[in-house]
Design a protein around this ligand. Structure first.
Ligand code: ZN
Ligand code: ZN
Length: 298
């Protein structure tokens, strides 16, 4: 993961606006795309040409104004494979309007999904993405990336002794018995079921009041990325503008059994990380305040 930007409201010399990139098996997905995001990508190892998905939390200016510029650059560099965009109510109109802002060519396919319901929205061979509602001033969504669980490990060497590589291997990996040259091969012959693995989970919760309404979706996250615009002393301000404090985000991490908490979407009022980090740490130990271009590997 790369924390491309970590601020809120307006960019500062220390923080670009919040966007998080996640790479899985060579593909990038982006959570929000505020102003300045493409330059942040260029300063890191995030390949803007390999971004397959963009998940928008909502359409406050500090979360999406970088989108038309990014598409212009993709077009200029002759991107030729589809880009998939997801977002809450209003997504279709906003994306359409923003694509008509500049005189740019769009030679590649852009698929836009305005989410009418939440739950599973992407289902790929090795992972899925779930969307869930947050509590902000405008329709706003959080997202969870979840790698598929592995039942066991496929023993390639054992399999090769029994049958050649091909589609039957996939069936065995899925736990189905197959027939090869008149013999039945059981999955147990090629799978080591003692080596099952739970898939990794990353949840990204942007602008919201802390609320148990989204706990179920983010339960057991390996990394919970949670907005924390403010420190305790601005708790009232957080409430009024429907945001979370660092301490509140930490409580969410505790309640949902997160392994690690990353705080982002930090107000320009906070010049130092220590205040937010210390307040959060009183509730939850494994917490870090994200810095621009910070990387994290799971
Ligand atoms: Zn925001
Ligand atoms: Zn907002």
């Amino acid at each position: 993961m790369v924390f491309l930007g970590t601020g809120c409201s307006n960019p500062t010399s220390e923080r670009n606006l919040s966007a998080t990139a996640l790479r899985f098996m060579g593909q990038w997905m982006l959570f929000d795309c505020p102003e300045g995001t493409q330059r942040q990508m260029m300063k890191s190892n995030v390949s803007y040409m390999k971004v397959k998905y963009i998940f928008f939390s909502h359409f406050h200016a500090d979360h999406f104004l970088g989108f038309p510029g990014l598409v212009a650059t993709m077009s200029m560099h002759e991107r030729d494979y589809p880009l998939h965009i997801f977002g809450p109510k209003g997504t279709e109109e906003r994306i359409k309007r923003s694509l008509n802002l500049g005189l740019m060519r769009k030679d590649f396919e852009i698929n836009v999904t305005e989410l009418k319901r939440t739950g599973k929205i992407v289902s790929e061979e090795f992972f899925e993405v779930t969307a869930f509602p947050l509590k902000h001033e405008v329709p706003c969504l959080g997202y969870s990336f979840k790698e598929n669980d592995k039942d066991g490990e496929f023993q390639r060497a054992k399999a090769l002794k029994l049958l050649p590589e091909g589609p039957l291997w996939g069936k065995l990996q899925k736990g189905q018995a197959v027939k090869w040259r008149g013999k039945t091969i059981e999955p147990e012959q090629v799978m080591d079921y003692t080596k099952g693995k739970k898939g990794r989970k990353v949840s990204v919760v942007m602008d919201t009041l802390p609320s148990s309404s989204y706990y179920d979706y983010i339960e057991d996250s390996d990394v919970l990325v949670h907005e924390s615009a403010f420190a305790d002393k601005f708790e009232q301000r957080a409430k009024e503008t429907k945001h979370s404090t660092a301490r509140q985000a930490a409580r969410v991490a505790v309640e949902t059994n997160a392994k690690k908490l990353v705080l982002t979407h930090i107000s320009p009022r906070h010049k130092k990380n220590s205040e937010l980090e210390n307040e959060a740490r009183q509730e939850f130990a494994d917490v870090v305040v994200a810095e621009d271009l910070m990387k994290m590997t799971l």
